[in-house]
Design a protein around this ligand. Structure first.
Ligand code: FAD
Length: 500
């Protein structure tokens, strides 16, 4: 449509079009608007008629970094999105029916040692000196006791449960304050230059949105990156069996707890995410093992409080887009692929996508080296998270259904098998460069799912029982004293949100 110039790809980027206004679209708009907004013309198009996926309410601590970058005030954000604090996820019945554990944020024990704390704990357990692994973690104990406060130094590592639709509205206001223009309309056609780059979006009313850079935030549709540019999805369903969810909201019947409940079922798992004003519920399941009606019945049989919304079935594919930056189009959010919500990582991946885009922003024009770097980093990041999620399904004692039999006996990526073998044999875990989940996350989940390391690091044997007992008890005592001083979580949220 537009005249093509010989070296169009190296033209400066000034006009940014964000296609889609879900969590991904508005997070992108908020961050680009605040940081680069002065030099850019940023427009976001979304369709009220199409709507958003409407789920995605549990986050991880990296969201604090995003808020800092986007200039978001925490109290204002929490008050407007009915948010509460999150300290981890409680996995119920994942290792086996009736066996629970918490994967909490923060650190267990201390890291002032040559070997990780788990080696001292393993030795302590052998000598019958150690308690539950979680008793040495402040965040975990605070979660169990339903307490929270911002602590002055070495505070709690936390994230939030938030209302997804209120969050999009909040980010919209914030983005508009920084000059982002919102356009309501349905994208009817994507127009391309002669060289294949995207030139403009034609809306259903005939209007044209021309741009230099297009951010595809159209959700699972992937209107630009998939339908237009033809970038395929890499299917991971042979490792991640769940491919559907049913979501609904209920009234709160008790003060909100600061963790997500992830409750294993014979064919998947159920989430409960409490907010200030309601609870988000859903069940994630494998359509090869159960039908929608049975999954919904299992969900309805295990919720409390009046149901506020009609149950909504959401089909999905566990996948990664082969490349997420192609030509002058970057896919952020569900358009870039999807890893199921077991560890609340999708909003984090949106934020990583936006920050990486900022770092590689093509002010002087789109360059292939930036594209390659962006795609490689995204690929690595997704694959690390993928392995961590598969771990929960693979390492289990559950043998009560074909679903769990399939999970327990499946082959997993070599990268994951290596980690499982290393931990089982030696108690060692190493975080990969730029990996989201640190050693403590891997250890909590591997122990929680039932791996008992056969050995510990020799350094732990250099402590005698008296020393080891003192060392473990000092940590545990410090944790317990701190937790005892924290106010109830709900009281703290109410006070904190009352004075934004
Ligand atoms: P969407 O919300 O689908 O937004 C797409 C946007 O594109 C909409 O504004 C839509 O109107 C617009 N659009 C599409 N087509 C057109 C068109 N033709 N014209 C104009 N506009 C168009 N993430 C977490 O971090 N934590 C969680 O706990 C979590 N739970 C989840 C549970 C489930 C069951 C699922 C499926 C996902 C979950 N996620 C979670 C992921 C999270 O919901 C998404 O990452 C997040 O909402 C971002 O979605 P999005 O903005 O990419 O897509």
């Amino acid at each position: 449509m537009t005249a093509d110039t010989p070296d169009r790809t190296r033209q400066p980027v000034r006009r940014v079009i964000i296609a889609g206004g879900g969590t991904a679209g508005w997070m992108t708009a908020a961050c680009l608007g605040k940081t680069l907004g002065k030099g850019l013309d940023i427009r976001l198009v979304e369709s009220d008629e199409i709507g958003t996926v409407g789920v995605g309410e549990a986050t991880i601590p990296t969201l604090l970094t995003f808020h800092e970058l986007a200039g978001i005030n925490e109290q204002e954000f929490m008050a407007e999105t009915q948010a509460v604090f999150k300290l981890g996820i409680r996995f119920e019945g994942w290792r086996d029916v009736g066996q629970d554990y918490i994967h909490s944020f923060g650190m267990t024990g201390t890291d002032h040692w040559t070997a990780g704390f788990q080696h001292f704990w393993l030795k302590g357990r052998e000598r019958k000196l150690a308690r539950r692994y979680g008793e040495y973690c402040l965040e975990l104990r605070a979660a169990e006791e339903n307490r929270f406060a911002h602590l002055p130094r070495n505070g709690l590592n936390y994230a939030f449960h938030l209302d997804a639709s209120l969050y999009a509205k909040f980010l919209r206001k914030h983005s508009e304050r920084h000059g982002v223009q919102r356009i309501e309309g349905k994208i009817a056609e994507v127009l391309r230059h002669a060289d294949g780059d995207i030139a403009a979006l034609r809306l259903a009313d005939g209007s044209l949105l021309e741009g230099d850079l297009f951010i595809d935030c159209t959700g699972m549709r992937g209107l630009l990156i998939g339908d237009t540019l033809g970038i395929e999805l890499q299917d991971w369903s042979h490792w991640l069996p769940c491919d559907r969810a049913v979501a609904l909201q209920t009234q709160s019947v008790q003060p909100p707890i600061p963790y997500v409940r992830s409750i294993a079922h014979p064919f998947g798992w159920q989430w409960q995410i409490p907010l200030q004003h309601r609870v988000g519920n859903g069940i994630v399941y494998s359509s090869r093992h159960v039908g929608d009606d049975e999954a919904l019945a299992a969900l309805m049989g295990n919720i409390q409080g009046e149901v506020l919304t009609r149950p909504r079935v959401i089909p999905f594919k566990p996948c990664q887009r082969e490349t997420v930056w192609e030509r002058n189009c970057v896919a952020i959010g569900l358009s870039s692929g999807f890893l199921e919500p077991l560890e609340s990582t999708s909003i984090h991946l949106i934020q990583r996508g936006v920050i990486r885009l900022l770092q590689c922003f093509p002010n002087e024009g789109v360059r292939q080296v930036d594209i390659d770097e962006y795609n490689q980093q995204t690929r690595n990041e997704m694959q690390h998270i993928r392995d961590f999620i598969i771990l929960h399904y693979k390492v289990t004692n559950r043998a009560d259904s074909p679903f769990w039999d399939d999970c327990r006996t499946m082959d997993v990526p070599a990268s994951l098998q290596h980690r499982i073998d290393m931990f089982r044999e030696s108690g060692r875990v190493f975080r990969m460069p730029n990996e989201l989940f640190a050693e403590n996350s891997w250890i909590q989940v591997m122990l929680g799912q039932g791996i008992t390391p056969q050995q510990h690091h020799h350094i732990a044997d250099l402590m005698d029982d008296v020393e080891l007992n003192r060392f473990l008890e000092e940590i545990r005592g410090r944790v317990e004293r701190t937790v005892a001083q924290l106010p109830p979580h709900a009281d703290y949220v109410a006070r904190y949100c009352a004075r934004p």
